[in-house]
Structure formats: C-alpha cells, structure tokens
Design a binder for this molecule. Structure first.
Ligand SMILES: [Zn+2]
Length: 298
C-alpha cells in the first residue's frame, strides 16, 4: 500500500469522553506554501490554517466547503484557506510588498493588523444554511485565537497543537486536536467524576505530543496515536487523504466572464486580451476579445 503523506486520522477515546483528529500535511503544505515567495512567518501561519482546515473539514458532505479567513489592514491583509468535500485543500496570503520582516515570530494580530479577525465559514452546499463564526485575532499564536473561537463560538473544550516547519525536503506540517465529547445530556450537563478524570488524563497525554513528532513523516499517525494512548485504548479510524485542488477552471472563468454585461467585458481588455488570475493557483487564464464576443478593435 502506498504511504500517505497528507491525511487526517480521526480518533476516539469513548470511555474517556474525548475524540480528536491528527493531521499531517507534507507535499500539500509544500506545494501551497511554496507557490509564492512568502516571508517565513507568513508561510508558517498559512500552514497552520491549512492544518486546521483539514482537521475541521473531515465531516463535510458532498458540495460542502469549509473556509478560514484572516482579514485586516496589516502587512498581510488577507489569508484564505479552504477545504472542499473529498479532501481538496487550497490557500493563499496577500502580503504587502512594502512590509518588512525582521523578527522570527509575529503574532497573528501583528501580521494581519490590529482589529483583524478570524472568520470560519461552513457552506454545506446548495440550498442549505451557511454558518459563519467570527472572532478577534487575540493572543500570541493562531492557536490562541482558535481556542477562543472553539470556547465562545462553539462551546467546545479543545486542546490544539499545530506545528509547521521548513524541513530539508520542503515544508512539513502536523497538527493534533483533542475535543471533549458532549455527555448524555449535552455539554451543559455536569460531567461525572469518571468523565472528568478521563478528560484530564486525555489532555495530559495529548499534551506530551512534541512538534518534532507531528512533523516527522516517518512516524506514522497511527503509531503516534498508539504511543500516546495505548494504556487505556484509542479507537483509530482510517486516514482520510488530502490533496491540493482548486475549483477554478478555464471553462468556469469563461462562463463567468460571458455572464457579465458586454461593456464590462470590453473594459477588461488590456493589451488585446482579457486575463484572469487565480490567486489560489497563481495561474492566469487568457481570453481573446473574439472569444468574449467582442470585436478586436475594442
Ligand atoms: Zn485556481
């Protein structure tokens, strides 16, 4: 069997009232983070968002799309990552060219700007209710902002560890999330002493995961989970593979352009062609005025 390098493994510790997801991104992280010459702190933050999008998108149904966005007026005005049903990941960041990068670490607020925010959107597909949660970018790391989101927006008790690094072979990313499961009567019910104890043990064990372990592609995810939890057991589900993928296509852009009024299309002609750039893929599709139903002298 071919070994997977980009995957999420859901796991469950039922008796302890905890479940979670382990994520590894190798070639996918490297492809997306190396697509633009990002400053290192920006690439790391983008890698962290890729991990979170992969982890939180495993329950998507067909046509579903999970999106995380950071927006603000700082050196990085926009960062977008989305995951589509079936494990398609994509993402990019807009970095102001005049920004200078001198420190090894920047907080998300320093990069995105004061007043910047994190938005998580779940679009389950056509005809279904879209969900969006927004939190301020507080804290030293994106994990702080995400924990804030889980606690206040989702009422979830979560432990989250993210690691992204440029290794010899390229960018590598790994993450781990542990979530307290709702009891019989939901999260509002008081947990039993046993459940409380089980959760505390799970958190303590999960807290021993080292970034090196998350980043080591030779340490299989299943092995890592077994090492952590073998004493009182863990139910490990099959890995779900992830790949880079974009929903842009020449046909789709063509149809979009043709749906626009003729004069708008004419305004888009520059140097005798209409070109449309996809920031996710960093690729450009070019159309002649004739293809767009315009005469060549426009
Ligand atoms: Zn694209």
């Amino acid at each position: 069997m071919q070994r997977l390098n980009d995957y999420v493994i859901p796991f469950l510790r039922e008796a302890e009232g905890a479940r979670g997801r382990l994520v590894r991104l190798g070639p996918v992280a490297d492809t997306i983070l190396a697509r633009y010459p990002y400053p290192e702190p920006v690439a790391k933050l983008l890698g962290e968002l890729l991990l979170v999008a992969a982890m939180l998108s495993t329950n998507l149904k067909q046509e579903g799309i999970f999106t995380i966005q950071l927006r603000g007026n700082g050196p990085v005005s926009l960062m977008v990552v989305d995951a589509a049903y079936g494990g398609q990941l994509r993402g990019f960041a807009e970095v102001k060219p005049e920004a200078t990068w001198e420190k090894p670490h920047y907080s998300p607020a320093e990069m995105i700007g004061e007043g910047g925010y994190l938005a998580i959107t779940l679009d389950p597909g056509e005809g279904m209710q879209r969900y969006q949660g927004v939190v301020a970018l507080e804290g030293e790391t994106i994990t702080d902002a995400l924990l804030h989101y889980f606690t206040y927006s989702q009422q979830l008790d979560v432990l989250l560890t993210l690691a992204v690094n440029r290794e010899e072979k390229g960018w590598q990313a790994g993450g781990f999330m542990l979530e307290r499961m709702p009891g019989e009567g939901g999260l509002s019910t008081q947990p039993t002493d046993e459940q409380e104890e089980g959760w505390r043990t799970s958190v303590a064990l999960a807290g021993t995961v080292k970034p090196e372990e998350l980043l080591d592609p030779l340490l299989e995810g299943e092995t890592l989970l077994y090492q952590l939890f073998h004493e009182d057991g863990v139910w490990v589900y099959p890995p779900q593979p992830f790949a880079t993928g974009c929903r842009c296509s020449r046909q789709r852009i063509n149809d979009l352009l043709l749906s626009m009024p003729l004069e708008d299309r004419a305004d888009m002609v520059v140097d005798g062609e209409i070109s449309v750039h996809c920031q996710f893929c960093n690729s450009t599709e070019r159309f002649s005025p004739e293809e767009m139903g315009l005469s060549t002298d426009q």
